[in-house]
Design a protein around this ligand. Sequence first.
Ligand SMILES: Nc1ncnc2c1ncn2[C@@H]1O[C@H](COP(=O)(O)OP(=O)(O)OP(=O)(O)O)[C@@H](O)[C@H]1O
Length: 492
Amino acid sequence: MPPPDSIVGYTQADRVRVRLVLEDRFLLIDHAQEYSGDTSLGCLSPISCVSAPSTRILRQVSIVYFNIIWAELVPATLQNQPSVLTIDYCQVKNDKKATLDHVSFLVDAQSERACEDWIDNLLSKAYKNTIRNKRLLVLINPFGGQGTAMPRYMKYSAPMLAAARCRVDEIETKYKGHALELVENMEGLEHKYDAIVCCSGDGIPHEVFNGLSKRTDVAAGFKVPVCQLPCGSGNALCLNLVGSNDLQFATLSVIKGIPISVDLCSLTQDNKRYITFLSQALGMIADCDLGTENMRWMGESRFTVGLIMRVLSGAKYPCRVSVRISHESRTQIRQVYQEHKNKQQISTSEHSQLPELKYGTVRDPVPEDWKTIDSSSLAVFYVGKMPWVSSDALFFPAALPRDGYLDMILIDSSIPKKEIFSILLGVAEGKHFDSKYLHYYKVDAYRIEPKAHSGYISIDGESFNFTPFQVELHPGLGTLLSRTGEFQAPGI
Ligand SMILES: Nc1ncnc2c1ncn2[C@@H]1O[C@H](COP(=O)(O)OP(=O)(O)OP(=O)(O)O)[C@@H](O)[C@H]1O
């Protein structure tokens, strides 16, 4: 017999009869049969009305399967007493904020068997395309953001992971580099976990990717999906994977997330090789990110104030950029974007070890076919692999997880200040993409050599030495855990 699509229960408060129906995309809780004109729904909280005429409001409520975390039937302890069916779910608002909630119903003893089958059916819909009871390695940076990562994780994320019956190992990072060491050295990491969850800013994912690159079995390591619970001051990874910086919404996305394959990059500097997953910056952006520590008291506005000060003073960052440009016109970039947007992003990485560097290191001669831009007046050098760099900056609207390119933006300080401000204002919604005053390239490798003696270089938001570095992309080397299988950005 096929599992039942609907069962009947009773609300606990007033024993109103309720039908629980598994529709195509949502669970429908239907009070229609016994509706008496009283709009009170006992234990039910209003979720969203489904085709309910205004006079019959709240007779039916629905919960989309994605938001359902668990369901369980607790049998009665006494004979002839009803059992209790509890469904844990998230209430999700339009602004992508979630709160954990539950509904409970009484189920008659003779319906218990059918209810168990119905729960199986419900959970297979709730976890379609994703792993149930995920085994998670949660790395918590106690100093992330305002230093509240641990209490916030405990208050908001841990109860949801427990409700979803995830098997969680939590480790608090004790020092800079600890996450890298843990990931590099943990025995059997790739068999133990379904995802590595960074409860932090973007610094811990940066360490995790670098730790994975040092494992003996690089291929297996990079197949473990990485994700973020936003607990730092910069949480770009989460914004791109989830589309929100709300901790509970992000936790729901970890519970329901699906692995996607992503391009990662190698960066060589001095005699070292690193992995970078998010961005590289030199010039105004790096300066405002890393060079405004003295303005921390301003909170998030320090970045904007820092930027305005630098634009007004006409700050310049002389450097030489050598780059392998694949696409440079906006028309071409739009075409590439459309071609790759809907391609299968499911993880298929076949690298058995860290890929060889095709273009050598920063210490080798620059390949002859690269274009060299020698600039004494560059204002912004910014390269990214993900669209959002912060919640108000869609800097790389054309970036895709696995198109094989990095997006590069160059802005010269010689353009009118008005235009620089206009570009920076447009960044909030990615409108700067069409500005004729900036260069937007799709590239797969480059080198940058600063000409000044000191300054800031930001790699994935972390401070690096102010010396030349070279980057090359490795298609599909890494794996991320995404809410829907793609980056959450409006596109171009
Ligand atoms: N216990 C610790 N003590 C000191 N530093 C740590 C510790 N754990 C992690 N770190 C380091 O803290 C840095 C910042 O981490 P993270 O990105 O999680 O937070 P953040 O608030 O976004 O940081 P920031 O604003 O400083 O970039 C990382 O470089 C990481 O290596």
